[in-house]
Design a protein around this ligand. Sequence first.
Ligand SMILES: C[S@@+](CC[C@H](N)C(=O)[O-])C[C@H]1O[C@@H](n2cnc3c(N)ncnc32)[C@H](O)[C@@H]1O
Length: 389
Amino acid sequence: MDQARLNALTIINNVVNLGNSLTVEYRKCTHSMNSQDASLIKELAYGTIRYKLYIDYLITEITGKQVSDMKKNIRNLVRMSIYQLEFMKKKEYAVVSESVNIVKKKSSKDTGFVNWILREYLRNKKEIHIKSNDKHSLSKKYSFPLHLIEYLTSKVGTAKTEELLEYYNEKSISYAFNISNGTFRKMEHGDTPEKTEYIIDRAYFEIFKMLKNIEFTTVLDCCAAPGGKTILIKHINPLSKVMAMDINLERVNDIKANIDRLGLTGIEVMTADFLSTELMTMYDLIIIDVPCSATGTIRKNPDVKYNYRKKLSTLIDIQKKILKRSTKFLKDGGYLFYMTCSIIENENQKIIDEFLKSNREYALESEYFSYGNPYSGAYAALIKNGDGG
Ligand SMILES: C[S@@+](CC[C@H](N)C(=O)[O-])C[C@H]1O[C@@H](n2cnc3c(N)ncnc32)[C@H](O)[C@@H]1O
């Protein structure tokens, strides 16, 4: 069990201190592990990261110490220990002794401090209720950075923001989509998809309903890996001919594995940079599922709320370039289908507004946007070439 805690701590350190992706770190750590150990590691790592700001607030309120004043190498261990006490209702003596054992292994000179801070926490522990709903209070209560609280309140007001924050802090639910009958099955931890199933975000099943009244045969999925949208398009139109392209070779191999496993045909797969590759074909429909901040998936990826801003301007630049490039391979009368799993306007409506202003021959057919609940936050725009004013 101590090994599981050590593993969880390594994940938290790599995410919080180095800015690495939580999903990637979790998968790397648990890929050959039994599902019971993986489940405990997930609870510890995802939970501590999801509530990091709230935990820091509790520590300061109860012990008078700021986490930022603690040595860097023990901050996350203290956070993870408080997470276990507050959210997992673990036996107090067990949490203290396991944490002290971990610190003994890693940096024995800090044993005394970790022991003291956890005992101080337990001695002075009290019920803490944050009743106020000003932005600073919401930031602490729901463990969201102030800038994201400010963004949400400016868009949807305080009451709706609080509803969303509650939703974002719930554990995410995965669904397996059955390509043979179009139904979804809720996945439990440790479940694996059956032969005809693929795990898909249900928001995109809703989004792909936007295509129900249009005709198309040739499809370019220009940012296709690991293949979720390619699979959905084949479900909607089994006779379509799809070119699934992605810049990342490893992820392209995932597309191949997924379509082989599901036995899908009529899909060509290509590793290429869409921004510099010439294609000989013009397409009826181009799916543009751009790389984005993933802020619509905070429930599943709680680390995103702390890290997304650093990459935002680079991502927006790529999004605009990919959208512009896609016009080069679209038939007259064809459709661009732009989408993100972002709740940030600058990656969504703003990109499309700007595109439509400078490409008058294109017209917006339909748009989808959700901040999340009951599914992930996501955006999509279906744009037709040839109907503009
Ligand atoms: C949001 S993900 C796509 C998810 C995928 N459509 C699905 O449903 O499974 C964005 C993808 O864009 C790819 N990408 C980024 N820049 C690209 C480029 N210049 N050309 C092609 N693919 C690119 C990334 O490798 C990544 O796999």
